[in-house]
Design a protein around this ligand. Structure first.
Ligand code: FES
Length: 518
């Protein structure tokens, strides 16, 4: 099996059944904040676009690149479609002209011609990607197996492992979120949170690596790079241990410290050959990987210079002063709030958006989303649980394009600051990614169906429910206990096992007791 790196989470897999192009992201995403790192625009996307199969793992814009899909990918390719609860991914692909689909059933193997088998596991909780994230498993005719885990976080890997040893495991290791950078925190607190987050990302990936025990590991799906001058500081080139976007070399160096050296870095244009006998070899488009990464800042600066005009052009499209922001928010989102029974209860208070003039700190409008009254109104000086500050023109643009997912647009752009009282509240972000009837109905149904888990496990003198109260990770694999505090390494949430209280987010208590009392 041959795997060609095509940047970020993208790859071109050659099998006996033909080629599979995955997540072909090239153009800037999230208000021109994220760019693929390293630059992959020099690849021959027309040739890559003639792949036999296309797999778009989910709708996040660093995986679903509408422009590249429209302009460079053949519409005669056959789409391997994950089974999602909403039809958005299929609809968006059809709207772009794709018309051949293999609609997979989650976790069921599909036979392709030439003796190749594929399987897609679709994750479908409201917190998985933009309501959905997925992993692709491929078994070539000669028995070589690949798992493109992407940035998905499956809670049970046995679905892949039961088909035999995995030879190539491709997974995320770097951050892809806005926390803690955008939070209005003292620098030292921000650094400490960032450091924790960076370490947790590494730890989590190692859990997956050990669980899958593949012959070869390929770190993919990040980090992005930030080329706008306003965001350039987010790149990991300043020696900041709290930076959540470590690159592949930083990660493989860390893996080496953990005694793991069976990894292969894919740059855009790197080609790896992996065999079912445990063999692997790789060639790269640069002479020496370590030297290339040593010049990372120069590569970023040159990339930034090449993209300056493009960023300016995108910014010029954001403002829509003709839009009455408050009235439009009310008209479109109050009906969504009215349906958000579980989510509104979970948010449990008002959230404020302070909207500023372009490139300025000056607040020109403050708007309250009141999740108790389920209304949207001008700020009256209310005490709020969450506060976001962003440019008004970004909200104008979201309303102009009728964006139904502000996580997959505004929040991932990192073009905002935030403050909150108390713990992280997942419901706030769940609401802002469910700004359509279809999404809010699905998310509400999902929350309504959550049941406490019956099975208990005992670890280090504590008996507790086996499944994580957050997204049901198996705590016998992902749980770590220190001083009576349980950390689930899937997303890093913590619980005080003595009280059962979640220390990370409101709600989500755990059933736990000292083993001798249980
Ligand atoms: S599944 Fe998310 S923290 Fe456990």
């Amino acid at each position: 099996m041959r795997i060609t790196g095509t940047g970020h989470a993208s790859m071109y897999i050659e099998t006996a059944a033909g080629s599979i192009l995955c997540d072909p992201w090239v153009n800037p995403a999230y208000f021109a904040s994220w760019f693929p790192f390293p630059d992959n625009s020099q690849l021959d996307w027309d040739a890559l676009g003639r792949a036999d199969y296309l797999y778009v793992s989910h709708l996040h814009r660093d995986h679903f690149d509408e422009q590249n899909l429209r302009e460079r990918i053949s519409k005669d390719t056959t789409v391997l479609l994950p089974e999602y609860p909403t039809s958005e991914l299929e609809s968006e692909l059809r709207a772009l002209g794709f018309h051949k689909f293999i609609k997979t059933v989650s976790e069921e193997v599909v036979e392709l011609p030439g003796g190749v088998r594929v399987m897609i596991q679709a994750l479908t909780s409201p917190t998985d990607g933009p309501i959905g994230d997925s992993s692709l498993w491929v078994e070539d005719a000669d028995g070589t197996r690949l798992l493109n885990q992407n940035d998905a976080r499956p809670t049970d890997m046995s679905v892949f492992l039961k088909h035999g040893k995995i030879h190539a495991h491709l997974l995320q290791f770097s951050g892809a979120i806005w926390f803690p950078m955008v939070y209005e925190l003292p620098d030292n607190a921000k650094r400490a949170f960032g450091k924790q987050k960076r370490e947790r990302g590494f730890d989590r990936s190692l859990r997956y690596i050990d669980d899958v025990a593949a012959d070869w590991v390929f770190p993919i799906a990040g980090p992005p790079c930030f080329l706008d001058d306003e965001l350039y500081r987010f790149n990991d080139v300043f020696g900041d241990e709290g930076n959540i976007f470590p690159d592949q070399l930083a990660y493989t160096d860390w893996l080496a410290e953990q005694g793991r050296t069976n990894n292969i870095v894919l740059l855009p244009g790197s080609v790896a050959e992996v065999g079912g006998d445990g063999s692997a070899s790789a060639t790269h488009p640069v002479g020496d990987l370590r030297e290339w990464f040593a010049d990372k800042k120069e590569h970023l600066d040159a990339f930034r210079d090449r993209q300056k005009g493009r960023i300016a052009a995108e910014k010029a499209t954001w403002a829509h002063p003709e839009i009455d922001v408050l009235a439009t928010l009310r008209e479109r989102f109050e009906p969504i709030m009215a349906q958000a029974e579980h989510i509104a209860t979970g948010v449990g208070g008002p959230v404020r958006f302070d909207l500023t003039a372009p490139d300025s700190e000056e607040v020109v409008e403050s708007i309250i989303f009141d999740f108790l009254e389920r209304r949207i109104y001008p700020d009256r000086g209310d005490k709020v649980r969450y506060r976001f500050r962003t440019e008004r023109r970004l909200i104008e643009h979201l309303l102009h394009v009728r964006e139904v997912d502000w996580v997959n647009s505004l929040f991932l752009s990192c073009r905002f600051t935030a403050a909150r009282i108390g713990q992280y509240n997942e419901y706030v972000y769940a609401f802002f990614k469910c700004l359509s009837e279809e999404r809010i109905q699905y998310a509400e149904g999902w929350y309504a169906e959550q049941r406490p888990d019956d099975e208990d496990i005992t670890m280090q003198g504590w008996t507790m429910q086996r499944r994580c109260p957050h997204l049901k990770a198996d705590l016998s694999v992902f749980g770590k206990i220190e001083d009576g505090v349980l950390t689930c390494q899937m997303h890093g949430w913590k619980w005080n096992l003595g009280s059962g209280k979640c220390m990370t987010s409101v709600g989500h208590d755990i059933r736990s007791a000292r083993a001798e009392d249980a």
